[in-house]
Structure formats: C-alpha cells, structure tokens
Write a protein that binds this ligand. Structure first.
Ligand SMILES: C[S@@+](CC[C@H](N)C(=O)[O-])C[C@H]1O[C@@H](n2cnc3c(N)ncnc32)[C@H](O)[C@@H]1O
Length: 209
C-alpha cells in the first residue's frame, strides 16, 4: 500500500537522505559486501535516493527499480535522470508480481517496503524467485513491534493483520532457500536489517550456501 502524506514527509526529506547515505548504506555494505558490476533490483525505490546509492556506494552496473506509487517513480525519474537507460530502468510495479524472469538478478534490495505489503510472504517469494543462485538479498524492514506502537498506528497507514517479527521475517527467507549471512535487530526490535544469500545448487541437486 502507498504511503500517506505524513509518511511521505518523513521519508522524502534531506535528513532521511543523509541517514541513508551515512548510516544505512555503510551498514548494509559491511554486512553484504559491494555490488561491483552487479545487476541489481531495488523493490519499492521511493524517490530514488537508494537507487543512486546503489550506483555511487555499492558500484552496481545496472539497476532495475520500481515502486507501486507513480508519484514516487516520477520523483525518482527526476532525481536519476543523469543515468543512461543502459544502466537504469525505472517503472511502476508491485513486489508481489515482479515483471522479470526467474534468477534475473545478482542482488535484490528492499529498504522498508515489505512491511507495507498485505501479503508479505508473497513479496518474499517473488524476491527469492528473481534472485540468481548465489545472489544476495539486502533488507531493512520494520517489524510488528514498531507497527504496534501508538505513533505508527495513529499517524501512518500500514496493513494491520499478520505483521512479522524480525525472527519471522528471517525464517521466511530461510524457508525460500536463502541463508541469512548477517542480520541485526535495531531499536528494541523495531527494525530488522541484514543480508541473505540464495543457495547454490550442488551437482547432486542439494542446496548449499
Ligand atoms: C517507507 S517507503 C521506502 C521507500 C524507499 N525504499 C526509501 O527507503 O526511501 C515504502 C515504499 O514502498 C512502496 N510500496 C508499497 N507497497 C509496494 C508494493 N507492493 N510494491 C512496490 N512498492 C511498494 C511505497 O509506495 C513507498 O514508496
């Protein structure tokens, strides 16, 4: 579901962009390494600050990015207009139905969107489908612990039913054949941040990390 006006204001401001560049990107990079030369998908790219960081901080070669909200995609287009079409594709789309073949990406990045999706398990299934064997999933998610807080319930719009804890989010990744390489829960369990890798099939067909 799309953000309401309050959450858009919280997300789309210079302080948040600074936090993304100075704290979130270095943390994710320490956990999962660089993406030098990689073909990367960003789900729920918002206004495109994270997409820019994938090029400038992670070294991605190409980025495919989409968001459910056409207004966000429009903002991202303006921000990212200096990248050539050979390196950047921006579209409107949903993480529950990713318009890409299976195993298409070296990495998928999710910064705070899957908690907005009513069927969050379907979103994780799609992310896992489009990751190639050995590909990495970088995530930063908001848990049930945060969504149950008064401020979240009063001022922000999120699905109310069937939200996940950090542990449940990680377990769902493992259920789809991803191995959690590193993860941490922040702010008393309000956020879960980490990197998981899709298993690589061994010659006898068994999955190995
Ligand atoms: C909290 S914002 C984060 C945006 C961006 N990743 C960032 O860090 O600034 C969540 C974003 O997810 C998008 N979104 C919500 N449901 C979605 C879905 N099913 N598929 C794709 N994007 C979705 C919203 O429109 C919004 O831009």
């Amino acid at each position: 579901m799309k953000l309401n006006a309050i959450e858009k204001a919280l997300m789309n401001n210079p302080a948040r962009a600074l936090l993304q560049r100075q704290y979130e990107a270095p943390l994710l990079k320490r956990m999962g390494g660089s993406l030098e030369g990689a073909r990367v998908l960003e789900v729920g790219c918002g206004r495109g600050v994270g997409t820019d960081i994938l090029f400038t901080h992670f070294g991605a070669q190409t980025v495919y990015a989409f968001d459910l909200d056409p207004d966000m995609v429009q903002q991202a287009r303006r921000r990212l207009q200096s990248y050539p079409p050979a390196r950047l594709t921006l579209t409107v789309g949903s993480v529950t139905q990713i318009a890409a073949p299976s195993a298409a990406f070296d990495a998928v990045v999710d910064v705070g969107i899957i908690h907005h999706v009513p069927d969050w398990r379907a979103a994780i299934a799609e992310v896992c489908r489009v990751l190639r064997p050995g590909g990495r999933f970088f995530f930063e998610e908001v848990t049930r612990h945060a969504l149950n807080r008064w401020a979240y319930r009063t001022f922000l719009d999120h699905p109310r039913q069937d939200r996940f804890s950090g542990t449940e989010f990680l377990a769902e990744l493992e259920r789809h054949g991803l191995t959690v390489v590193d993860s941490v829960e922040l702010f008393f369990g309000d956020f879960v941040v980490g990197v998981a890798q899709r298993g690589i099939a061994s010659p006898d067909g068994a999955e190995m990390p």
